[in-house]
Design a protein around this ligand. Structure first.
Ligand SMILES: NC(=O)c1ccc[n+]([C@@H]2O[C@H](COP(=O)([O-])OP(=O)(O)OC[C@H]3O[C@@H](n4cnc5c(N)ncnc54)[C@H](O)[C@@H]3O)[C@@H](O)[C@H]2O)c1
Length: 350
Protein backbone atom coordinates (compact mmCIF):
# COMPACT_ATOMS: atom_id res chain seq x y z
CA UNK A 1 0.00 0.00 0.00
CA UNK A 2 1.21 3.55 -0.70
CA UNK A 3 0.58 5.65 2.43
CA UNK A 4 0.83 9.44 2.57
CA UNK A 5 1.88 10.19 6.17
CA UNK A 6 1.70 13.78 7.41
CA UNK A 7 3.92 14.75 10.36
CA UNK A 8 6.28 11.85 9.65
CA UNK A 9 9.30 13.75 10.99
CA UNK A 10 7.68 14.09 14.42
CA UNK A 11 7.56 11.71 17.37
CA UNK A 12 4.63 9.38 16.53
CA UNK A 13 4.64 9.99 12.78
CA UNK A 14 8.26 8.85 12.51
CA UNK A 15 7.45 5.62 14.39
CA UNK A 16 4.62 5.04 11.88
CA UNK A 17 6.95 5.73 8.93
CA UNK A 18 9.65 3.37 10.23
CA UNK A 19 7.15 0.55 10.89
CA UNK A 20 5.32 1.05 7.59
CA UNK A 21 8.55 0.79 5.60
CA UNK A 22 9.63 -2.28 7.60
CA UNK A 23 6.24 -3.85 6.81
CA UNK A 24 6.81 -3.39 3.06
CA UNK A 25 4.57 -0.36 2.41
CA UNK A 26 5.49 2.67 0.32
CA UNK A 27 5.53 5.92 2.32
CA UNK A 28 5.32 9.56 1.28
CA UNK A 29 6.28 11.63 4.32
CA UNK A 30 4.76 15.15 4.18
CA UNK A 31 6.13 17.44 6.86
CA UNK A 32 6.75 21.19 7.16
CA UNK A 33 9.71 20.56 9.51
CA UNK A 34 8.57 22.82 12.36
CA UNK A 35 10.50 23.21 15.63
CA UNK A 36 9.19 19.74 16.67
CA UNK A 37 10.48 17.84 13.64
CA UNK A 38 13.72 15.95 13.20
CA UNK A 39 14.62 14.10 10.01
CA UNK A 40 17.06 11.94 12.02
CA UNK A 41 13.92 10.21 13.33
CA UNK A 42 13.47 8.60 9.91
CA UNK A 43 17.17 8.21 9.02
CA UNK A 44 16.91 4.40 9.13
CA UNK A 45 14.42 4.40 6.20
CA UNK A 46 15.54 7.49 4.29
CA UNK A 47 17.47 5.48 1.67
CA UNK A 48 14.66 3.01 1.01
CA UNK A 49 13.35 3.11 -2.58
CA UNK A 50 9.86 2.87 -1.01
CA UNK A 51 10.32 6.14 0.95
CA UNK A 52 9.82 9.69 -0.32
CA UNK A 53 9.95 12.98 1.59
CA UNK A 54 8.00 16.12 0.67
CA UNK A 55 8.64 19.24 2.70
CA UNK A 56 5.24 20.96 2.67
CA UNK A 57 2.95 22.82 5.02
CA UNK A 58 -0.59 21.47 5.39
CA UNK A 59 -1.77 25.09 5.48
CA UNK A 60 -0.70 25.29 1.81
CA UNK A 61 -3.56 23.72 -0.15
CA UNK A 62 -1.89 24.09 -3.56
CA UNK A 63 1.18 22.18 -2.33
CA UNK A 64 -1.06 19.38 -1.05
CA UNK A 65 -2.91 19.07 -4.37
CA UNK A 66 0.43 18.68 -6.19
CA UNK A 67 1.61 16.02 -3.74
CA UNK A 68 -1.60 13.98 -4.07
CA UNK A 69 -1.46 14.17 -7.87
CA UNK A 70 2.24 13.25 -7.99
CA UNK A 71 2.19 10.33 -5.54
CA UNK A 72 -1.39 8.97 -5.91
CA UNK A 73 -1.59 7.39 -2.43
CA UNK A 74 -3.92 4.53 -1.45
CA UNK A 75 -4.32 5.98 2.02
CA UNK A 76 -3.57 8.97 4.21
CA UNK A 77 -2.40 8.87 7.81
CA UNK A 78 -2.80 12.41 9.08
CA UNK A 79 -0.58 13.10 12.11
CA UNK A 80 0.82 16.58 11.37
CA UNK A 81 -0.25 18.90 14.17
CA UNK A 82 0.88 21.36 16.76
CA UNK A 83 0.97 18.96 19.71
CA UNK A 84 2.17 20.65 22.92
CA UNK A 85 -0.59 21.78 25.32
CA UNK A 86 1.68 24.30 27.08
CA UNK A 87 2.53 25.99 23.75
CA UNK A 88 -1.21 26.09 22.91
CA UNK A 89 -1.81 28.15 26.04
CA UNK A 90 0.86 30.72 25.08
CA UNK A 91 0.06 30.82 21.34
CA UNK A 92 -3.23 29.20 20.29
CA UNK A 93 -3.18 30.71 16.78
CA UNK A 94 -0.77 28.12 15.32
CA UNK A 95 -2.98 25.36 16.73
CA UNK A 96 -6.08 26.74 15.02
CA UNK A 97 -4.26 27.16 11.71
CA UNK A 98 -2.45 23.83 11.56
CA UNK A 99 -4.81 21.53 13.44
CA UNK A 100 -8.12 22.89 12.12
CA UNK A 101 -7.43 24.72 8.82
CA UNK A 102 -4.61 22.29 7.99
CA UNK A 103 -6.93 19.31 8.49
CA UNK A 104 -9.58 21.03 6.36
CA UNK A 105 -6.96 21.42 3.60
CA UNK A 106 -5.95 17.79 3.91
CA UNK A 107 -9.58 16.67 3.67
CA UNK A 108 -10.22 18.81 0.62
CA UNK A 109 -7.00 17.73 -1.12
CA UNK A 110 -7.77 14.06 -0.33
CA UNK A 111 -11.38 14.42 -1.51
CA UNK A 112 -10.38 16.09 -4.76
CA UNK A 113 -7.84 13.34 -5.45
CA UNK A 114 -10.26 10.55 -4.41
CA UNK A 115 -12.98 11.91 -6.74
CA UNK A 116 -10.45 12.33 -9.59
CA UNK A 117 -9.41 8.66 -9.38
CA UNK A 118 -13.02 7.39 -9.37
CA UNK A 119 -13.83 7.25 -5.63
CA UNK A 120 -12.13 3.90 -4.88
CA UNK A 121 -13.82 2.19 -1.91
CA UNK A 122 -10.50 0.98 -0.50
CA UNK A 123 -9.15 4.54 -0.06
CA UNK A 124 -8.78 5.59 3.58
CA UNK A 125 -8.24 8.93 5.33
CA UNK A 126 -6.97 7.97 8.80
CA UNK A 127 -7.14 10.90 11.19
CA UNK A 128 -4.91 10.51 14.24
CA UNK A 129 -6.27 12.23 17.32
CA UNK A 130 -6.06 12.34 21.08
CA UNK A 131 -8.13 11.26 24.09
CA UNK A 132 -7.87 14.87 25.29
CA UNK A 133 -10.92 15.68 23.10
CA UNK A 134 -13.05 13.92 25.76
CA UNK A 135 -12.03 16.34 28.54
CA UNK A 136 -11.23 15.33 32.10
CA UNK A 137 -12.36 12.23 34.03
CA UNK A 138 -13.22 11.95 37.73
CA UNK A 139 -10.86 9.97 40.01
CA UNK A 140 -13.33 7.01 40.03
CA UNK A 141 -11.37 4.29 38.18
CA UNK A 142 -14.54 2.63 36.84
CA UNK A 143 -15.14 5.62 34.52
CA UNK A 144 -13.18 5.43 31.25
CA UNK A 145 -13.25 7.17 27.86
CA UNK A 146 -15.12 5.08 25.27
CA UNK A 147 -15.75 5.94 21.61
CA UNK A 148 -19.20 7.17 22.72
CA UNK A 149 -17.94 9.61 25.35
CA UNK A 150 -19.16 13.14 24.59
CA UNK A 151 -16.51 15.59 23.44
CA UNK A 152 -15.54 18.14 26.11
CA UNK A 153 -12.15 19.63 25.17
CA UNK A 154 -10.72 22.12 27.64
CA UNK A 155 -7.39 23.40 26.26
CA UNK A 156 -6.69 25.22 22.98
CA UNK A 157 -4.81 22.08 21.84
CA UNK A 158 -7.62 19.64 22.62
CA UNK A 159 -10.27 22.01 21.25
CA UNK A 160 -8.37 22.25 17.95
CA UNK A 161 -8.06 18.46 17.76
CA UNK A 162 -11.77 18.05 18.59
CA UNK A 163 -12.64 20.45 15.78
CA UNK A 164 -10.48 18.45 13.37
CA UNK A 165 -12.20 15.19 14.41
CA UNK A 166 -15.59 16.78 13.68
CA UNK A 167 -14.41 17.88 10.23
CA UNK A 168 -13.22 14.37 9.37
CA UNK A 169 -16.58 12.85 10.41
CA UNK A 170 -18.42 15.54 8.45
CA UNK A 171 -16.41 14.83 5.27
CA UNK A 172 -17.32 11.15 5.63
CA UNK A 173 -21.04 11.79 6.21
CA UNK A 174 -21.39 14.58 3.64
CA UNK A 175 -19.05 13.56 0.84
CA UNK A 176 -18.63 9.85 1.54
CA UNK A 177 -14.85 10.17 1.98
CA UNK A 178 -13.73 6.81 3.40
CA UNK A 179 -12.15 7.42 6.79
CA UNK A 180 -11.10 5.92 10.10
CA UNK A 181 -10.36 7.92 13.22
CA UNK A 182 -8.36 7.03 16.32
CA UNK A 183 -8.05 8.74 19.69
CA UNK A 184 -5.02 7.76 21.74
CA UNK A 185 -3.74 8.32 25.26
CA UNK A 186 -0.34 9.80 26.15
CA UNK A 187 2.56 8.31 24.22
CA UNK A 188 6.18 7.90 25.34
CA UNK A 189 9.27 6.27 23.88
CA UNK A 190 12.31 6.89 21.64
CA UNK A 191 12.51 10.18 19.69
CA UNK A 192 10.13 11.99 22.07
CA UNK A 193 10.85 15.70 21.66
CA UNK A 194 12.60 17.07 24.78
CA UNK A 195 9.77 19.44 25.77
CA UNK A 196 7.40 16.68 26.94
CA UNK A 197 7.30 15.34 30.52
CA UNK A 198 9.18 12.04 30.15
CA UNK A 199 12.23 13.33 28.22
CA UNK A 200 12.24 16.49 30.37
CA UNK A 201 12.54 14.28 33.46
CA UNK A 202 15.19 11.93 32.03
CA UNK A 203 17.38 14.73 30.67
CA UNK A 204 16.83 17.00 33.70
CA UNK A 205 17.84 14.17 36.03
CA UNK A 206 21.04 13.48 34.10
CA UNK A 207 21.88 17.22 34.07
CA UNK A 208 21.37 17.50 37.86
CA UNK A 209 18.46 19.90 37.38
CA UNK A 210 15.20 20.15 39.35
CA UNK A 211 12.54 17.75 37.99
CA UNK A 212 9.41 19.90 37.62
CA UNK A 213 6.04 18.39 38.57
CA UNK A 214 3.00 20.54 37.83
CA UNK A 215 0.75 21.15 40.87
CA UNK A 216 0.78 18.30 43.39
CA UNK A 217 1.56 15.61 40.80
CA UNK A 218 -1.84 13.91 41.23
CA UNK A 219 -2.96 14.33 37.58
CA UNK A 220 -3.44 10.90 36.01
CA UNK A 221 -2.43 9.95 32.48
CA UNK A 222 -2.77 6.60 30.67
CA UNK A 223 0.64 5.83 29.10
CA UNK A 224 1.29 3.95 25.85
CA UNK A 225 4.64 3.03 24.26
CA UNK A 226 4.93 4.82 20.92
CA UNK A 227 5.84 1.67 18.95
CA UNK A 228 2.64 0.03 20.23
CA UNK A 229 0.66 3.08 19.13
CA UNK A 230 2.25 2.99 15.66
CA UNK A 231 1.38 -0.71 15.31
CA UNK A 232 -2.20 0.05 16.37
CA UNK A 233 -2.44 2.86 13.82
CA UNK A 234 -1.30 0.63 10.94
CA UNK A 235 -3.81 -2.00 12.08
CA UNK A 236 -6.67 0.52 12.21
CA UNK A 237 -5.73 1.76 8.75
CA UNK A 238 -5.79 -1.72 7.23
CA UNK A 239 -8.51 -3.49 9.25
CA UNK A 240 -10.62 -0.68 10.72
CA UNK A 241 -14.19 -0.33 9.51
CA UNK A 242 -14.91 2.59 7.20
CA UNK A 243 -16.39 5.50 9.19
CA UNK A 244 -15.54 3.99 12.60
CA UNK A 245 -13.39 5.42 15.39
CA UNK A 246 -11.09 3.50 17.72
CA UNK A 247 -9.76 4.46 21.15
CA UNK A 248 -6.16 3.35 21.71
CA UNK A 249 -4.70 3.12 25.21
CA UNK A 250 -2.32 1.04 27.25
CA UNK A 251 -4.47 0.67 30.41
CA UNK A 252 -1.52 2.09 32.33
CA UNK A 253 -2.88 4.82 34.56
CA UNK A 254 -0.23 6.58 36.61
CA UNK A 255 -0.19 9.87 38.50
CA UNK A 256 2.48 12.22 37.22
CA UNK A 257 4.28 11.81 40.55
CA UNK A 258 4.25 7.99 40.28
CA UNK A 259 5.54 8.22 36.72
CA UNK A 260 8.42 10.53 37.63
CA UNK A 261 9.33 8.37 40.65
CA UNK A 262 9.43 5.29 38.39
CA UNK A 263 11.74 7.10 35.96
CA UNK A 264 14.00 8.11 38.87
CA UNK A 265 14.16 4.50 40.07
CA UNK A 266 15.10 3.26 36.57
CA UNK A 267 17.81 5.93 36.32
CA UNK A 268 19.08 5.08 39.85
CA UNK A 269 19.61 1.56 38.54
CA UNK A 270 21.04 2.35 35.08
CA UNK A 271 23.08 5.51 35.78
CA UNK A 272 23.41 6.02 39.58
CA UNK A 273 24.08 9.56 40.78
CA UNK A 274 27.72 10.18 41.73
CA UNK A 275 26.70 11.09 45.31
CA UNK A 276 24.74 7.83 45.75
CA UNK A 277 21.47 9.71 46.33
CA UNK A 278 18.30 8.94 44.37
CA UNK A 279 17.24 11.15 41.47
CA UNK A 280 13.97 11.53 43.45
CA UNK A 281 15.85 14.15 45.50
CA UNK A 282 15.62 16.42 42.41
CA UNK A 283 11.77 16.35 42.25
CA UNK A 284 10.31 19.87 42.59
CA UNK A 285 6.65 20.91 42.59
CA UNK A 286 5.91 23.92 40.36
CA UNK A 287 2.87 26.07 39.52
CA UNK A 288 0.16 23.98 37.90
CA UNK A 289 -0.85 24.26 34.22
CA UNK A 290 -3.99 26.46 33.85
CA UNK A 291 -7.02 24.20 33.31
CA UNK A 292 -4.92 21.07 33.91
CA UNK A 293 -7.19 18.06 33.22
CA UNK A 294 -7.31 15.75 36.27
CA UNK A 295 -7.45 12.33 34.64
CA UNK A 296 -7.42 10.63 31.23
CA UNK A 297 -8.03 6.88 30.86
CA UNK A 298 -8.97 4.90 27.77
CA UNK A 299 -11.22 1.87 27.43
CA UNK A 300 -9.51 0.05 24.51
CA UNK A 301 -12.13 -2.76 24.27
CA UNK A 302 -13.13 -1.93 20.69
CA UNK A 303 -9.66 -2.10 19.13
CA UNK A 304 -8.82 -5.14 21.29
CA UNK A 305 -12.02 -7.10 20.57
CA UNK A 306 -12.65 -6.09 16.94
CA UNK A 307 -9.09 -5.82 15.62
CA UNK A 308 -7.16 -8.03 18.07
CA UNK A 309 -4.67 -5.33 19.11
CA UNK A 310 -2.58 -5.72 22.27
CA UNK A 311 0.33 -3.57 23.50
CA UNK A 312 3.65 -5.45 23.36
CA UNK A 313 5.21 -4.02 26.53
CA UNK A 314 4.12 -3.11 30.06
CA UNK A 315 4.68 0.49 31.10
CA UNK A 316 7.62 -0.56 33.29
CA UNK A 317 9.26 -2.34 30.33
CA UNK A 318 8.54 0.57 27.99
CA UNK A 319 9.93 3.16 30.40
CA UNK A 320 13.12 1.11 30.90
CA UNK A 321 13.54 0.87 27.10
CA UNK A 322 12.94 4.61 26.82
CA UNK A 323 15.48 5.58 29.50
CA UNK A 324 18.05 3.30 27.86
CA UNK A 325 17.34 4.89 24.47
CA UNK A 326 18.02 8.40 25.83
CA UNK A 327 21.22 7.16 27.50
CA UNK A 328 22.35 5.67 24.17
CA UNK A 329 21.31 8.60 21.93
CA UNK A 330 22.80 11.70 23.49
CA UNK A 331 23.73 13.25 20.11
CA UNK A 332 20.05 13.14 19.06
CA UNK A 333 18.67 15.01 22.08
CA UNK A 334 21.61 17.40 22.52
CA UNK A 335 20.97 18.75 19.00
CA UNK A 336 17.35 19.54 19.89
CA UNK A 337 18.01 21.32 23.17
CA UNK A 338 18.73 24.62 21.40
CA UNK A 339 15.33 24.63 19.65
CA UNK A 340 13.02 27.49 20.56
CA UNK A 341 11.27 27.09 23.92
CA UNK A 342 13.03 23.84 24.90
CA UNK A 343 14.07 23.85 28.56
CA UNK A 344 11.76 26.78 29.39
CA UNK A 345 8.58 26.69 31.44
CA UNK A 346 5.77 27.38 28.96
CA UNK A 347 2.01 27.72 29.31
CA UNK A 348 1.70 29.68 32.54
CA UNK A 349 0.60 32.94 30.92
CA UNK A 350 -3.16 32.33 31.11
N1 LIG B 1 2.14 12.72 21.66
C1 LIG B 1 1.06 12.13 22.15
O1 LIG B 1 1.09 11.63 23.29
C2 LIG B 1 -0.20 12.03 21.33
C3 LIG B 1 -1.27 11.26 21.82
C4 LIG B 1 -2.41 11.13 21.03
C5 LIG B 1 -2.49 11.73 19.79
N2 LIG B 1 -1.44 12.48 19.35
C6 LIG B 1 -1.56 13.07 18.01
O2 LIG B 1 -0.60 12.42 17.19
C7 LIG B 1 -0.09 13.33 16.21
C8 LIG B 1 1.42 13.37 16.28
O3 LIG B 1 1.81 13.78 17.59
P1 LIG B 1 3.36 13.90 17.95
O4 LIG B 1 3.46 13.84 19.43
O5 LIG B 1 4.14 12.95 17.12
O6 LIG B 1 3.65 15.39 17.47
P2 LIG B 1 5.05 16.10 17.16
O7 LIG B 1 4.88 17.51 17.62
O8 LIG B 1 6.20 15.29 17.67
O9 LIG B 1 5.15 16.06 15.56
C9 LIG B 1 4.31 16.83 14.74
C10 LIG B 1 4.89 16.84 13.34
O10 LIG B 1 3.98 17.58 12.51
C11 LIG B 1 4.72 18.49 11.74
N3 LIG B 1 3.89 19.67 11.47
C12 LIG B 1 3.42 20.57 12.38
N4 LIG B 1 2.73 21.54 11.76
C13 LIG B 1 2.74 21.25 10.43
C14 LIG B 1 2.19 21.86 9.28
N5 LIG B 1 1.51 23.00 9.37
N6 LIG B 1 2.38 21.27 8.07
C15 LIG B 1 3.08 20.10 7.98
N7 LIG B 1 3.65 19.50 9.03
C16 LIG B 1 3.48 20.05 10.24
C17 LIG B 1 5.94 18.86 12.56
O11 LIG B 1 6.99 19.36 11.75
C18 LIG B 1 6.26 17.54 13.25
O12 LIG B 1 7.14 16.76 12.48
C19 LIG B 1 -0.76 14.67 16.48
O13 LIG B 1 -1.84 14.81 15.59
C20 LIG B 1 -1.23 14.56 17.92
O14 LIG B 1 -2.38 15.35 18.13
C21 LIG B 1 -0.31 12.65 20.08
Amino acid sequence: MKILVTGGAGFIGSAVVRQAIRAGHEVVNVDALTYAACLDNVAEVADSPRYAFEQADIRDRAALDKIFALHAPDAVMHLAAESHVDRSIDGPGDFIETNITGTFNMLEAARRFWVAVGKPGHFRFHHISTDEVYGSLPADKSVLFTEDTAYDPRSPYSASKAASDHLVRAWHETYGLPMVLSNCSNNYGPYHFPEKLIPVVILGALAGKPLPIYGDGSNIRDWLYVEDHAAALLLVLQKGENGRSYNIGGENERTNLELVETLCAILDDKRPRADGQSYKEQITFVTDRPGHDARYAIDPSRIRDELGWRPSVTVEEGLALTVQWYLDNEAWWRALQSRIGVGQRLGVSA
